[in-house]
Design a protein around this ligand. Structure first.
Ligand code: NAG
Ligand code: NAG
Ligand code: NAG
Ligand code: NAG
Ligand code: NAG
Ligand code: NAG
Ligand code: NAG
Ligand code: NAG
Ligand code: NAG
Ligand code: NAG
Ligand code: NAG
Ligand code: NAG
Length: 294
């Protein structure tokens, strides 16, 4: 790790834009530590009162969370094991290691249980909801930034898992079949892009929009799009039954979740603007009712 002189905010804003592979421009300088720049910290007192201020998009921006996470990514590779997901490594750096045998900080993936937010399970101890630090003092900026990162990981996993559970319900089959476009080759992705805006609820508008954008990304060779495009290949509007479509949708959601937890820049694009810096993203019950009742 190396230390550089911190530039003023004006200089920071004038830095060349570093464009990540997915096309997200962020202002970043390797080694820049926003947490200790008083010109940043002076502007965000309320965002460090974590007990009182639930995660919110305003503070995501004020905390310069995108730049913070980018900086973490650039300066933390030595913390991570070669075969460790970036999200797992990040959560370990925030929480420490889970598991009874993990007494010292180590990046071995064999001795300790791994944080794992790639699963569509709604109750997984390995992808915990972060609790804000319990203190009579406001958190430091660095703590608030770390918390927002962990929260965004949790909320992205939980929101995708929520959609997955709601779409898999038997009562959702009719809505899914009704969303098929009779004139186009439908895919799991195109169907999700129709269903999510149509049946999503107000409390999750930002998260839903971010999820639809995320779904448009190609999954890449590491995560093949297994269930997608059966109909396209045969030139049919729908060659799958309702339950088969449901299975395809769940597989596709699992793929993009895995991708975001595996590929840092994909995650950053999904949570930018604080799309997942929100509490009370919709629950399975309400979403299932929305799909059932139209
Ligand atoms: C903060 O801003 C002031 C005024 O623009 C500048 O003089 C100072 O160098 C900045 N400090 C840091 C640490 O960037
Ligand atoms: C950034 O600065 C904060 C506050 O001075 C410090 O606690 C933290 O360790 C620094 N982070 C890095 C990566 O240097
Ligand atoms: C703590 O946060 C509250 C807002 O939630 C703010 O009014 C107060 O100034 C903060 N205290 C410090 C020391 O930054
Ligand atoms: C930072 O992001 C790049 C691009 O996604 C990735 O290859 C690298 O492993 C990441 N580094 C860490 C420490 O997660
Ligand atoms: C993490 O793992 C790498 C490669 O296995 C190793 O070189 C490095 O020292 C480890 N870092 C820590 C903090 O354990
Ligand atoms: C922890 O270590 C004990 C004693 O070596 C072993 O019996 C146990 O299976 C380990 N637990 C885990 C979760 O690895
Ligand atoms: C994470 O969980 C998924 C789904 O349960 C599993 O397939 C995967 O192997 C796990 N990854 C790690 C590193 O434990
Ligand atoms: C956090 O503070 C509340 C209220 O003071 C207290 O009831 C609770 O036990 C504390 N939790 C922890 C983990 O310290
Ligand atoms: C956080 O904000 C609440 C309400 O604004 C306030 O009562 C509390 O004292 C603040 N905490 C700190 C540590 O400033
Ligand atoms: C849901 O659908 C499956 C497959 O079509 C069926 O086996 C199951 O009994 C249904 N469950 C309920 C509660 O209707
Ligand atoms: C949700 O948004 C729609 C359209 O903006 C609005 O008509 C409706 O009242 C909202 N519902 C709730 C519960 O806020
Ligand atoms: C479900 O909707 C009701 C009424 O709009 C709302 O009060 C409740 O908080 C929602 N539940 C969840 C888990 O989002």
């Amino acid at each position: 790790m190396f230390v550089v002189t911190l530039p003023s905010l004006a200089v920071l804003l004038a830095l060349p834009t570093y464009t990540l592979a997915s096309g997200i421009p962020v202002v970043v300088s390797p080694g820049l530590n926003l947490s200790s720049n008083p010109n940043v910290t002076a502007h965000i007192p309320s965002c460090t009162n974590l007990t009182n201020n639930a995660p919110n998009p305003y503070c995501y921006t004020k905390l310069q969370e995108t730049a913070y996470l980018t900086n973490w990514n650039l300066t933390s590779p030595e913390l991570c094991a070669p075969d460790e997901l970036w999200s797992t490594c990040y959560l370990r750096s925030v929480y420490g290691k889970p598991g009874p045998n993990c007494t010292s900080l180590t990046n071995s993936t064999t001795t300790c249980a791994q944080y794992n937010c790639t699963t569509l399970s709604l109750s997984t101890p390995l992808c915990p909801e972060p609790t804000p630090p319990n203190s009579t003092h406001n958190a430091t900026v660095a703590t608030a930034e770390a918390y927002y990162g962990a929260w965004s990981i949790y909320a992205l996993q939980h929101h995708i898992a929520t959609w997955s559970a709601a779409l898999a319900a038997n009562t959702s089959t009719a809505a899914i079949l009704a969303a098929l476009n009779p004139r186009l080759p439908n895919t799991a992705t195109s169907l999700l892009a129709t269903l999510i805006p149509k049946y999503g609820l107000n409390s999750s508008i930002n998260a839903d929009a971010a999820l639809v954008t995320l779904l448009k990304l190609p999954t890449g060779s590491a995560v093949p799009q297994l269930a997608e495009g059966n109909a396209r290949l045969r030139g049919e509007s729908s060659s799958l039954t309702g339950p088969q479509w449901q299975e395809a949708l769940v597989i596709r959601l699992g793929q993009v979740l895995d991708l975001a937890m595996r590929r840092f820049e994909t995650f950053l694009g999904a949570v930018k603007g604080g799309a997942f810096s929100a509490v009370g993203l919709e629950g399975v019950g309400n979403l299932t009712r929305s799909l059932r009742d139209g």
